[in-house]
Ligand binder design. Structure first.
Ligand SMILES: [Fe+2]
Ligand SMILES: [Fe+2]
Length: 207
């Protein structure tokens, strides 16, 4: 009997906690990518400045530069996939495919390598020094850069081979298509997670 009485307040307290957690959940915002790697502990700034406020007048002058760079990366990647799809579907012949894709891949890999370098060597260490509790989150993004850079190196090697292949090489085009697809997949997840972590830092900092 005593045991039961002793256990009742605990049960009530546990229920209170669970109820509180459920209430908090109703107001917490989840990261945007369905397979986001961002953990709840890293989202304290995201909850203060959620995506629907990123373009408000108080924040846009601090957030839009980063978002615009990402918009351009997504756009270039989308165009590359469209060109590769067009060849794979038979809409482009070999000559049209090569003339459309060769220079674009060169530009894209160069710009992405530069972008990752600026983040790895400049912005990410700066953000971690401002918010050491986000270090693990920025390590996830840094590892993404390593995977992405390896994929981009592979893409560049395939593109260099394509530049030399005046005769049609369907196997090479298919390999390049598969690499592009992997880059698209990882970029979608990476850019979205990065924005969810970085944009609130930029928007909320005093500068
Ligand atoms: Fe990045
Ligand atoms: Fe980025």
């Amino acid at each position: 009997m005593n045991n039961k009485n002793e256990s009742e307040p605990m049960t009530t307290a546990t229920n209170d906690t669970s109820q509180q957690e459920r209430d908090d959940d109703l107001f917490s915002i989840t990261p945007r990518h369905p397979d986001s790697r961002l953990e709840a502990d890293w989202l304290f700034l995201y909850n203060k400045l959620p995506p629907d406020q990123w373009f408000d007048a108080d924040y846009a002058y601090k957030t839009s530069g980063w978002l615009k760079v990402h918009t351009n990366i997504r756009k270039r990647q989308r165009i590359l996939m469209q060109i590769s799809d067009a060849y794979q579907n038979g809409e482009f012949d070999w000559s049209e495919y090569r003339s459309q894709i060769l220079k674009r891949i060169n530009m894209h890999t160069l710009k992405l390598h530069q972008h990752h370098g600026v983040e790895d060597e400049g912005f990410f260490p700066e953000f971690v020094s401002l918010y050491p509790q986000l270090q693990a989150g920025f390590e996830v993004l840094g590892h993404d850069h390593e995977y992405l850079n390896a994929l981009l190196d592979k893409l560049q090697i395939q593109n260099d081979a394509l530049a030399k292949s005046e005769g049609e090489d369907k196997a090479l085009a298919k390999e390049l298509h598969d690499t592009l697809f992997k880059v698209t997949d990882l970029l979608q997840q990476h850019l979205t997670d990065e924005e969810d972590l970085v944009i609130p830092i930029l928007g909320l900092r005093q500068s």
